[in-house]
Design a protein around this ligand. Structure first.
Ligand SMILES: Nc1ncnc2c1ncn2[C@@H]1O[C@H](COP(=O)(O)OP(=O)(O)OP(=O)(O)O)[C@@H](O)[C@H]1O
Ligand SMILES: [Mg+2]
Length: 244
């Protein structure tokens, strides 16, 4: 059995089928990229995996459990963590407070609501997440005062505080500079040492650099899947997406 497996997963929006009977499998420890033209269904597919969008049909298994109908927070508790396509930090809160909110959730999930969190444990967890994205010197800085690239890193720190087994990143490098993208790739490789990564990405340099395998979506279905070399050589993929 796979780490993550969707069976005939489908999502319709009115007359439009955004994701059409998708069988998708992911092995533990993998860095997988999902690519495809705008509107291919990438965000909808991962949104169903994370529980933000309910499937119209089909099933999702994660870590041996059927999670098809679990609410998003129960998926987070099982280790499925998602960063949004659009930056979603709390602008008026400091970096520390942003990550603390996420860490607090990680530390209290599955516990009684009155469960007291030890402040030292929380602070250690927040500091370690901020250190991993190299924002530890900006603890007190309000998120709104960070440059855009650092806001995205703050988002990653918030995800790390949730202790992901599967980290889903939806277009994380959008709007980043070349130098920030290089650092980001290094960070993703570090995170992959103890998490599986599912990365939606339009920047093909990033895809080729990070992904062990690539899934290509088109019109709500999987068009091709393979190693970066196989995908680059695939004629159907070139026609649908790579624009060759
Ligand atoms: N909430 C929604 N209501 C109606 N239609 C939607 C909704 N979400 C997505 N869609 C439609 O479903 C299709 C797939 O959208 P989706 O966002 O999954 O594509 P994508 O591959 O992530 O595209 P992009 O690369 O632009 O982010 C599109 O035609 C989109 O307009
Ligand atoms: Mg999308």
């Amino acid at each position: 059995m796979s780490f993550l497996e969707t069976k005939s997963l489908t999502r319709r929006f009115g007359g439009l089928t955004a994701v059409d009977k998708v069988d998708f499998r992911l092995d533990p420890g993998e860095i997988r990229a999902v690519i495809g033209p705008n509107g291919a269904g990438k965000t909808t597919l991962v949104s169903m995996i994370c529980g933000r969008v309910a499937p119209s049909d089909g099933a999702i298994q994660f870590d041996g459990v059927d999670i098809t109908h679990l609410p998003p927070w129960e998926r987070v508790a099982r280790g499925i963590v998602y960063t949004f396509q659009i930056t979603s930090v709390f602008r008026n809160l400091s970096c520390f407070e942003n990550v603390a909110l996420a860490a607090q959730r990680a530390l209290t999930l599955g516990k009684a609501p009155w469960h007291a969190i030890d402040r030292a444990t929380l602070a250690a967890s927040v500091s370690s997440a901020l250190e991993r994205v190299e924002l530890h010197e900006r603890h007190e800085t309000p998120a709104a005062n960070l440059p855009y690239g650092h806001q995205r890193l703050l988002e990653v720190a918030m995800s790390l505080a949730l202790k992901p087994k599967l980290l889903v990143l939806d277009e994380p490098t959008q709007g980043l500079s070349e130098a920030e993208i290089t650092n980001f790739c290094k960070l993703v490789r570090e995170i992959a040492a103890d998490a599986t990564i599912l990365l939606i990405e339009h920047n093909m340099d990033v895809v080729m650099e990070l992904a062990q395998r690539i899934t290509v979506m088109n019109n709500g279905a999987i068009l091709a899947e393979g190693t970066p070399a196989e995908i680059t050589a695939n004629a159907a993929v070139q026609q649908a997406y790579l624009g060759a």
